[in-house]
Write a protein that binds this ligand. Structure first.
Ligand SMILES: N=c1c2ncn([C@@H]3O[C@H](COP(=O)(O)OP(=O)(O)OP(=O)(O)O)[C@@H](O)[C@H]3O)c2ncn1[C@@H]1O[C@H](COP(=O)(O)O)[C@@H](O)[C@H]1O
Length: 161
């Protein structure tokens, strides 16, 4: 850079200060988005539970409930998940006991994880999908799907002779 092209010292200092300020703001933004330690621990329970269930794939069905479920096949696993989901929704509609709803919710999650292990779905894939959806309103997402459907139907209509 020719001497004359160099920004004046004061201008470079301002730019440097701005950069520092931006870095600070970015760091603050990232820190504010970071998962609090408490929440991180709770979410990690699901990762650990998936690993445990996965480790039971070929275990003795008389010693492991997960092994027993998986030995009975995908249809049975799906059926158990459905039953637990219904029990959970019954507790929610009844609305009498938060503790009962919490217990039923844990049953649903356990059975959902058995279903994932059986289907070779890793929790990371689901977490990534949830992360991808973060900040996208369900209303806006549905509206964009409907718009896309209408466009594709128009295209098909034009193709009809
Ligand atoms: N979170 C759970 C969990 N939640 C529910 N359950 C079991 O799920 C079963 C549901 O009972 P049901 O009578 O509805 O089902 P069922 O016995 O299959 O009855 P049928 O429909 O076959 O007649 C109970 O036996 C519960 O104990 C669980 N079993 C295991 N886990 C976790 O999985 C880990 C591994 O468990 P094992 O695979 O048993 O070693 C454990 O350390 C836990 O962390």
């Amino acid at each position: 850079m020719a001497k004359s092209d160099k920004p004046a010292l004061s201008s470079r200092k301002v730019k440097g200060d701005k950069l520092k300020a931006n870095k600070k703001t970015t760091a603050k933004r990232i820190a504010s988005r970071a998962v609090p330690a408490e929440r991180g621990r709770d979410a990690a329970v699901l990762d650990r539970l998936w690993d445990t269930i996965e480790s039971r794939r070929n275990a003795d069905p008389s010693a492991s409930h997960s092994a027993r479920l998986m030995s009975r096949g995908t249809a049975k696993i799906a059926q158990k998940f459905g039953e637990e989901a219904v029990e959970c929704l019954i507790e929610a509609v009844r609305g009498e006991s938060k503790a009962a709803l919490v217990a039923e919710s844990a049953d649903v999650l356990y059975h959902l994880l058995v279903l994932w292990v059986d289907a070779d779905v890793r929790p990371d894939a689901v977490w990534a999908e949830l992360t991808r959806r973060e900040g996208v309103s369900g209303i806006a997402e549905k509206a964009s799907r409907l718009r896309a459907l209408r466009v594709s139907q128009d295209v098909e209509t034009k193709k009809i002779p």
